[in-house]
Design a protein around this ligand. Sequence first.
Ligand code: FAD
Length: 448
Amino acid sequence: MEREKKPKRPRGRAGLIPDKCIACGARCQSACSVDAIEMNAKGEPVILIDKCIGCRKCVKICPAEALAMVYTTEEQEILRQLDQLDREAPSEDIDAEEAQLADKLAQYKGVWVYIESTDCVPAKVSWELLGVGGQLAASLGTELCAVVIGSHVEALCAEAFAYGAVKAYLIDAPTFQYYRTAPYLEAVYSLVQKYKPEVVLMGATGLGRDLAGAVATRLGTGLTADCTGLAIDERRHLLQTRPAFGGNIMATILCERSRPQMATVRPHVMPMPARKQDADGVIVREEIMLKEEDIFIKILQVVSDAAHSESIDIAGAEFIVSGGRGMMAKENFRLLQELAEELGGVVGASRSAVDAGWMPVERQVGQTGKTVRPKIYIACGISGAIQHLVGMQDSDLIIAINRDREAPIFEVATYGIVGDLFQIVPAITESIRALKAKKLKQGTICQT
Ligand code: FAD
């Protein structure tokens, strides 16, 4: 017997819930693809009912949940009937669609880490990613694999095994001597198409950001940049946590309906895993049929950036003495330099100090600066805004010096000193000097 045709599910129209809009800056209007939203003088949306197609994009993007779908009385009645029918006989269409999707997603297995290298020298972030990748693979009950692409880079596979990978996909050819988006995209894309990994991780470096974006776009899958936390939930989703809305909240992002799940992570955010000297793994060699003449970008000359080659990498420093607006002037950073020298460390800065022109931008710590993970981080005259904290809160030991005992920096500090930094910093430097002099006299430290 032919089944009675179900009525079509009404889509409804978007509607504003009174008093809930926070005038976030017209995110709903930008999300609307049919120009059905205008903004009033208060920064609230006005929905043009004739134009709205009920796509829900604005409802989903609203950070204040101030938009909802509204239905006419007739539409509400159809929805009620449909719900009733679904309860009596669950929709076969939806079940079939979901089952098809589940089958498709289940084909994807394995956690992959892209091993970034320049002139055969690996980027340390790749090993950090193998560390977190190993935990994800264990949660998923799958294998951790490395993706090594370059020219004469086979040795990196062994190094990847030492940091936990059990398999390495290797593409080793002269075409890949220097990074160029097109051939690297082709290489990663074809590996993913062939082997279907569930998760792909890359460093949030210049190269990693470029490659990850290109690969995710070509695959039509999701990518979360600059993650600060990665985990797996009970439905095998990669939970990708990162600061959002100017660092005021931490958002956890999921990629529910496409694979692989892709994320980039900045250097020094994840801890380095232990290195196992004798670890072994399987190398899977692959070739990409690419002719040099088919690649539009040619490398004519490689010019090393001499101006920056001697600049200090605060991201890799073990001791950092950072100054903020409380330093009051550029010349006062001399105090921090003296302390940093005694510790064998470097000077960092908050964004306020950088914006004031007291320190160069490459010394900035935080969301829009560098992420650091030193053994000791000394924050001097820094209030501890969330955008600063995300860049340094994983340091092994944090010492905060601030004259305001309520400053948020004390919430993440291991030791807090409430007082005037202009007295405290020179006193610490002097104490270290005195201690060193004493030990030198006793012959317990060597002078270099
Ligand atoms: P303030 O907040 O002004 O704090 C100065 C502190 O010095 C105060 O706590 C004060 O009590 C203390 N002080 C003053 N005099 C003395 C003294 N004599 N002795 C001891 N203590 C003293 N900020 C970053 O740092 N890094 C980033 O990457 C970053 N990215 C951002 C991205 C976005 C999108 C936005 C919106 C902001 C970002 N910020 C960033 C800025 C951030 O919000 C803060 O404005 C900034 O970190 C404040 O810098 P500060 O702590 O040096 O200055």
